[in-house]
Design a protein around this ligand. Structure first.
Ligand code: NAX
Length: 321
C-alpha cells in the first residue's frame, strides 16, 4: 500500500550499474511504482568492481532532479542495501560466460541469491516485496525465498511480466487491437524457452496455426531475437515489465497478469516452485486464478515447465538448508 504522503519508501535495486537498472531506476524515481504521491529513497547494490560505475548512475539520477527522490545510497554491502527496504528488485546476476554449463550458472547464481536472501531476511521491512529479474529468475527467486526463513515465500516473485507483455504485443499486432483489450492472457512456467504463453482464454478468435506454430515460439525466443537485432539484450522492456509487476503487486489488478509466484500445488505444480501462473493482485498479494479446466495441450506444456524447474531445483538443492 502507498505510504503516508511525505514518508519516503525505501526501494533497493541490485545490478545498479547494469543495462536494465539504467532504465529501471529512472522509472522508480519518477514514481511509477508506488505512485506520484510517495517519495522514494533508493539503495543501489553492486559488486565492489562496479560500485564506481553505480556512483556515476547515482550522480545522473541526482541530476535528473526528481521531485520524489529523497536519497540515494550506493553500496556493495547487502546488509546496508536491504536495511528497512520495502521493495527489492534483484536484477544483478552472474551472466553465462562462454562454455559455461547450465549447472555452473545455477551454482554461481545460487551463491549470490543465498547471500541476498539472507540479507533481506535479516534487514528488510517485514512486509518487503522482492522481485527477481536476474536469470535464471525462477530458480534464483526460489533460492532467495529459501534463504529467508523469517519471511513468507509469497514475498518472493520472479519476473515473467516481460513474457506476458510480449504475448500481449504479438496479439495486438496480429489483431490490430490495443493490448489492454486482452484481459485473460497468461504465461505459465519458467522464464526460459520452455515457457507456455497461453491464449486459451483470450476474448478473440485465435488462428490455431499462428498460435502454436508462430506465436508461442516467437514469444519464447523473443529475448534471443532482441539480442540478434539490437545487439544487446532486452533492457528497457525488462525494466518496464519489472515496474508493471511491482506496481500491480502493490496497487492490485482487475484483469489477469502473469507473475511467477510460489506454487501452492495449484494445477499440479509442485508446492514451493516459483512458477508463472495467471494471477490477479488483491490487497497487496498475488492470487493464482483458480478453477481453470486444462486441455491435454495445456497440461503437457505446463508439465514440461514443472520438470524443467524440478531439475533446476535439484541442481541447487545442496545450497539450501
Ligand atoms: P548487465 O550485465 O548489464 O548488469 C548486471 C549487473 O549486475 C552488473 O553491473 C553486475 O556488476 C551486477 N551484479 C552481478 N552480481 C551482482 C551481485 N551479487 N550483487 C549486485 N550486483 C551484481 O545485465 P542486465 O542486462 O542489466 O540484465 C540483468 C539480468 O536480468 C540478467 O541476469 C539477465 O539475464 C536478466 N534478464 C531477465 C529478464 C526477465 O524477464 N526475467 C529479461 C531481461 C534480462 O535478460
Amino acid at each position: 500500500m502507498t505510504q503516508a504522503a511525505n514518508q519516503p519508501v525505501k526501494i533497493t535495486v541490485t545490478g545498479a550499474a547494469g543495462n536494465i537498472a539504467y532504465s529501471l531506476l529512472w522509472r522508480i524515481a519518477a514514481g511509477d511504482v508506488y505512485g506520484k504521491d510517495t517519495p522514494v529513497e533508493l539503495a543501489l547494490l553492486e559488486i565492489p568492481q562496479a560500485v564506481g560505475a553505480a556512483e556515476g548512475v547515482a550522480m545522473e539520477l541526482a541530476d535528473s532532479a526528481f521531485p520524489l527522490l529523497r536519497g540515494i545510497t550506493v553500496t556493495d554491502d547487502p546488509d546496508v542495501a536491504f536495511k528497512d527496504t520495502k521493495a527489492a528488485f534483484l536484477v544483478g546476476a552472474r551472466p553465462r560466460s562462454k562454455g559455461m554449463e547450465r549447472a555452473d550458472l545455477l551454482e554461481a547464481n545460487g551463491a549470490i541469491f543465498t547471500v541476498q536472501g539472507k540479507a533481506i531476511n535479516d534487514n528488510a521491512a517485514r512486509d518487503v516485496r522482492v522481485l527477481v529479474v536476474g536469470n535464471p529468475a525462477n530458480t534464483n527467486a526460489f533460492i532467495a525465498a529459501n534463504s529467508a526463513p523469517d519471511l513468507d515465500p509469497s514475498q518472493f516473485n520472479a519476473l515473467m511480466r516481460l513474457d506476458h507483455n510480449r504475448t500481449l504485443s504479438q496479439l495486438s499486432l496480429k489483431t490490430s487491437r490495443p493490448t489492454a483489450e486482452f484481459t485473460k492472457v497468461a504465461v505459465w512456467g519458467n522464464h526460459s524457452a520452455t515457457q507456455f504463453p497461453d491464449l486459451t482464454y483470450v476474448n478473440e478468435e485465435v488462428d490455431q496455426d499462428w498460435y502454436t506454430g508462430e506465436m508461442i515460439p516467437k514469444v519464447a525466443n523473443r529475448g534471443a531475437e532482441i539480442i540478434e537485432v539490437r545487439g544487446h539484450s532486452s533492457a528497457a522492456s525488462a525494466a518496464s515489465a519489472a515496474v508493471d509487476h511491482m506496481h500491480d503487486w502493490i496497487h492490485g489488478t482487475e484483469d489477469w497478469r502473469t507473475a511467477a509466484v510460489v506454487s501452492d500445488d495449484s494445477y499440479g505444480v509442485d508446492e514451493g516452485l516459483i512458477f508463472g501462473f495467471p494471477t490477479v493482485a488483491k490487497n497487496g498479494t498475488w492470487e493464482i486464478v483458480q478453477g481453470l479446466e486444462l486441455s491435454d495441450f495445456q497440461k503437457e506444456r505446463i508439465q514440461a515447465n514443472v520438470e524443467e524447474l524440478r531439475s533446476e531445483r535439484e541442481a541447487v538443492q545442496h545450497l539450501l538448508k
